[in-house]
Design a protein around this ligand. Structure first.
Ligand SMILES: [Cu+2]
Length: 693
């Protein structure tokens, strides 16, 4: 529950950094000594301007039809969306830093102060404030196996303009508490009755983590890595937290990781992915490693070419689709970022003219579990981009949006800042990356519109169940401002090109959960187009992730193995769909959306549970063998071949079924599960924090 607090009780709990002035406090302590009447008037004016802005939200535009490929402003986020995730099919949760948002929240103790959390209803496009007590400034989050979302880290308590309260006596207008070591837990709901839980030992980390990374493990628990004390533009050895820890908490506590030391100063939000074999892939500065959590050892891989991809260069990053065709092999994609001279930077600022540096336009791929993993050049983007955000669409393409063409993430009061922003030349037009297109033709923006909104530092994007993308945030500023570049509250949707086409509609119910291996299940639909080839139908599972700082933590896209039986008389297609591949590291336990795509057009997504719904070593079942694809006629007794099918193994009757089964069996055997996975899963224990789950 939210702990009651008051202005008198709330004070900085920071002990380790009393002698260190932070980036923001150095900048601001001189200008903000106390909250004067003039200050209050200024704040009141700002809040009124925000309300004016809110009221300008063009209700007519909200009612306009969705234009495929285009953007539409649909609502007001209430607090600026620095962090955003889909909690249920109709509810999005938004978190901001503690700042002077005009939306207010009344705490359990009756005190009212600016909100920095909302619940956003996708049906009404209304934001409702939620009480969050600790400062969520630059936190990271993910769901655990049972669908609860957990948000880690943040910053010290601040007052106006981001100044640390410890540097501004008798001032804590936001009533925020220290978020550095804070953990917040939410069980998403649609009735508005769920609350963020905070505080207590189980919901406090071993130390402060501003800008940590988080990744789900194969048992549905979480690992939290890196971050620093109170931060600044980049990390420093003095502020750095070169450790990781597990949640729910384990007796091992904070574990040192050398990688998080030698990648200073550019190792905040270290890019981290769990691999099918059980190791972590990690990338920060120009360094890349595999990390073995069992032996706590690092295996160095090739250095990252061309640019820094991690914050504040902030490349767009994605795990490519995990499919039967690629045998669920992980490949990672990095696009953009910056090759700025970050070695000159400190927690005090960039120390070079950051806004004059063009963002990088290169893309590279790596398959970290290859025998000899190497970064390979991919198609360059259509322009340089820092803070681009990759979002998986159910059709198997990646949307790239948000970000800037010059500079990086971050802000400060320097002569090269634009307003306060370290980025400039916002990019208003997205692009689509098709990972399966031939090299040289993967990027396109045919038919894509432009947004009217800047989506710069502290903007976000997530996929919604209707396959549109929800986009919000942008606030490269210490506190709410309506000067360039303005704090943004506009919530937009972007619509895929096929958004208004008739969607596939399964006539059978979706499963509510999927197991790792196990019996296949059937999904029936009748394509509108009678020439539709059922071998092009796909069932895909997407974890949309926790969006912040151009990263969607946890985002993965997996295509389930399918075969079909088509009734040539009625046109009805029965898809035989396998469960998840029998390895929980490929797509970790927890909530995810499932879609049927037919001829590249997706059904409405359904939020389901992957795995057992519990944090535990996941039951791994034998993968079932799917029936051979075939076309039958409900009028005729025996099955006949499907002359239209492009799948040769499905084009005749029982003998080809055997062939097909043999092929499926060898595909399953080809998953090559290393024995270390079993050992790893066996070693994961959960340190007695189940009281919260
Ligand atoms: Cu940030």
């Amino acid at each position: 529950m939210i702990k009651p607090t008051s202005i008198r009780k709330t004070k900085s709990t920071s002990s380790s950094s009393s002698s260190k002035k932070t980036f923001l406090s150095i900048l601001l302590a001189s200008s903000i000594a106390s909250t004067s009447a003039a200050d209050l008037q200024q704040i009141s004016n700002r809040q009124n301007r925000h309300r004016d802005l809110s009221s300008k939200h063009v209700l007519g535009e909200r009612d306009a039809a969705a234009v495929p490929g285009g953007f539409k402003i649909v609502g007001d986020s209430g607090v600026s969306a620095q962090m955003m995730f889909l909690g249920t099919e109709t509810t999005v949760y938004i978190l901001d830093k503690a700042e002077n948002n005009s939306m207010l929240v009344t705490q359990a103790d009756g005190l009212t102060r600016p909100a920095w959390g909302t619940t956003y209803d996708l049906g009404t496009n209304q934001a409702t404030p939620m009480a969050v007590q600790s400062n969520t400034f630059c936190a990271a989050g993910l769901p655990i196996a049972n669908g609860s979302w957990v948000v880690f880290g943040g910053n010290q308590p601040v007052t106006y303009e981001g100044a640390a309260t410890k540097d501004v006596p008798n001032s804590n207008p936001y009533l925020d508490t220290d978020g550095g070591a804070a953990i917040r837990l939410l069980n998403p709901c649609d009735d508005g009755n769920c609350v963020w839980q905070e505080g207590g030992d189980a919901l406090t980390m071993s130390g402060k983590r501003w800008y940590p990374s988080v990744e789900t493990l194969g048992d549905g628990s979480l690992i939290v890595l890196g971050g620093d004390n109170n931060g600044g533009y980049v990390s420093t050895l003095a502020q750095n937290n070169p450790t990781y820890e597990y949640w729910p908490k384990q007796s091992s506590g904070a574990i040192h990781m050398d990688f998080l030391n030698y990648t200073v100063p550019v190792n905040l939000f270290p890019l981290t992915y769990l691999l099918p074999g059980g190791k972590l892939f990690m990338q920060a500065a120009y360094k890349t490693i595999l990390y073995d959590m069992n032996t706590r050892t690092e295996i160095p891989l090739q250095d990252m070419p061309y640019a820094v991809r991690v914050y504040p260069a902030s490349a767009a990053t994605a795990m490519l689709a995990l499919t039967p065709a690629n045998n669920y092999t992980v490949s990672l994609l990095f696009c953009g970022g910056s090759n700025a001279p970050f070695e000159k930077s400190s927690d005090g600022g960039a120390n070079f003219n950051v806004t004059a540096i063009p963002a990088d336009d290169s893309c590279v791929r790596i398959s970290p579990e290859d025998a000899n993993p190497k970064y390979e050049d991919d198609d360059d983007m259509l322009e340089g981009r820092s803070m681009g955000n990759f979002i998986w669409l159910p059709d198997g393409t990646l949307w790239m949006g948000n970000g800037v063409n010059m500079g990086t993430a971050g802000y400060g009061d320097e002569k090269w800042s634009i307003g306060q922003s370290y980025g400039q030349q916002p990019l208003y037009q997205p692009a689509i990356y098709n990972p399966n297109a031939p090299k040289g033709s993967r990027w396109s923006r045919d038919g894509l519109g432009e947004s009217t909104q800047e989506r710069m530092y502290h903007s976000t994007a997530i996929l919604l169940p209707d396959s549109s993308i929800l986009i919000s945030g942008s606030n490269p500023n210490k506190d709410v401002t309506f000067s360039q570049w303005s704090t943004s509250y506009e919530v937009e949707q972007w619509y895929p090109l096929w958004y208004n086409q008739e969607r596939p509609a399964p006539t059978t119910k979706w499963p509510t959960s999927l197991t790792y291996g196990g019996d296949s299940w059937d999904l029936k639909y009748t394509p509108k187009n009678s020439t539709s080839d059922p071998s092009n139908a796909k069932v895909v599972v997407i974890r949309t992730g926790f969006s912040t700082h151009a990263i969607n933590f946890g985002q993965r896209y997996l295509e389930l193995e399918t075969s079909y039986t088509k009734d040539s008389e009625t046109g009805e297609v029965t898809l035989h769909v396998s469960q998840m591949p029998p390895n929980a590291n490929i797509f970790q336990p927890g909530p995810a959306m499932i879609f049927l795509t037919v001829d590249g057009v997706a059904s409405q997504g359904k939020l389901i549970t992957i795995g057992s719904g519990q944090i535990e070593k996941q039951p791994i079942l034998k993968a079932s063998v799917l029936p051979a694809s075939s076309t039958t006629s409900s009028k005729v007794e025996s099955s006949s071949s499907d002359s239209k099918s492009s799948n040769s193994s499905s084009s005749s009757s029982s003998s080809s079924a055997q062939q097909n089964n043999a092929a499926k069996s060898s595909a399953s055997a080809g998953l090559k599960l290393p024995s270390s996975i079993t050992i790893l899963l066996g070693l994961l224990t959960l340190g007695g924090s189940t009281l919260l789950l």
